[in-house]
Design a protein around this ligand. Sequence first.
Ligand code: HEC
Ligand code: HEC
Length: 424
Amino acid sequence: MKFSKKTRGCSSRSAVCSSQSAVCSSQSAVRSSRFTIYHLHFAFCIFPKLCMATLVIFCSSCQKDPTYTALYRPTPYTIEIPRFFPTELNIPDDNPMTVEGVELGRYLFYDGRLSGRTSSDSLMSCSTCHLQINSFECGIAHPKFLNGHPFGLTGIPTPHVMMPMINLAWTMNGYFWNGMVSPMNPSPAMRNLEDIAWMAVVAPHEIKGDTARVAALFQSIKGYPGLFKKAFGSDRVTMKNIGRAIAQFIRTLISANSKFDRFMLGKVQLTNAERNGYVLFMTEQGGDCFHCHGGAGNPLFTTNLFYNNGKDSIFTDPRDRFSVTGNPDDAGSYKAPTLRNLSFTAPYMHDGRYKTLDEVLAFYNAGLVWSPNISPLMHHIGTNGIRLNPTQLADLKSFLLSLNDSSFVTNPSFSRPAQFPDDF
Ligand code: HEC
Ligand code: HEC
């Protein structure tokens, strides 16, 4: 409610006004506050004097309020939960999904003026690094970001390589490799997807901009204030609403149409190699991957939890999971990323140390390194790896590739808009 108090003139001078402020701040609140208004109308008929008094306060205070408009009728956007996916989604109450919010978020995600600047050499948006064709990573073949390692407008490289931006509406316990943006973060400004936009705008290794300047710039661009009004009831552009819109767009980025998904729906058969690979993935004596990376029962293909998967014995990264939890056992631990769309997301691991999937598989097969921090789920550490034969490894790889979803990386709803609001 901090937002609605700040952006609106309506204080809690009357019951009508406080219910109006709920109208401005969230769409789920729209329904309940309309309900309240109807009830008040009913009361007005019974107590006409009260009615008159309240109406005067209502009109005088809300007329001054530029943010409330009777035209604010956003259309709910329903996320279709793919079959077998978990049904619980991370959508905060104060940012319900709306068609208008998602549309605005898509423009902002792709608009280089998110840098707060307008000259062509200083444009940068989320899409500068997060490219749809690479499952929203920059990709290993990027002409500028060599070896898949991006850097910001100032040239400072990001501390880690990128993560696939897939199915993030199901992430409950922390975004980023170390899970820093989570409900557990002591700072309320770093707890959910909504907060990542301003973080990217100010980060020295990303946009290195100024949130006030960004908001002022979009305020001045023809077409944008109207879209903010449609999405949030106010044509005043704020960084908070920029973050809300972008978060709504990111929550629509659902990948659930791989060959394996279609196999689960009974629409296609897997090849023998893919099927053998799947069995290896799911068995402890085989590849033993499922504990951390999901499977048929968890088609996100990640548990979204943090593990030390045995790559090193000395941990010096100041941004590992330990840096977030303060628990020394978490040194060298990172989020187990989803294994969907691996063909598009090289290089692999938080530091991009493996350039190919074969390198990753060689590591799990025979390259594990023991340390006191290694996850107890790395059951094959005694033999430094899962020790599959070459045919089995090839089968495991075939299965992993059956998790590629090429319709996701070409879905026009997720792509760069052909026109921006000021081109209309
Ligand atoms: C300079 C390149 C760059 C830009 C620009 C950028 N990002 Fe990122 N993004 C990254 C990198 C690198 C990571 C992985 C960071 C980490 O975990 O250490 C990341 C991670 C993320 C994640 C977390 C994904 C997950 O699975 O937890 C989200 C969400 C995200 N970015 C959203 C955005 C948004 C929204 C914008 C625009 C406002 C943006 N990014 C701009 C490089 C960039
Ligand atoms: C103990 C949990 C655990 C197990 C078991 C495990 N992984 Fe991982 N996996 C992780 C973690 C954690 C990461 C990220 C580590 C990092 O970034 O440093 C990861 C990263 C990966 C990546 C890189 C993904 C990317 O986008 O960078 C691939 C591919 C992968 N694992 C495949 C497998 C396969 C195949 C198996 C079984 C042979 C397996 N994993 C077993 C935890 C696990």
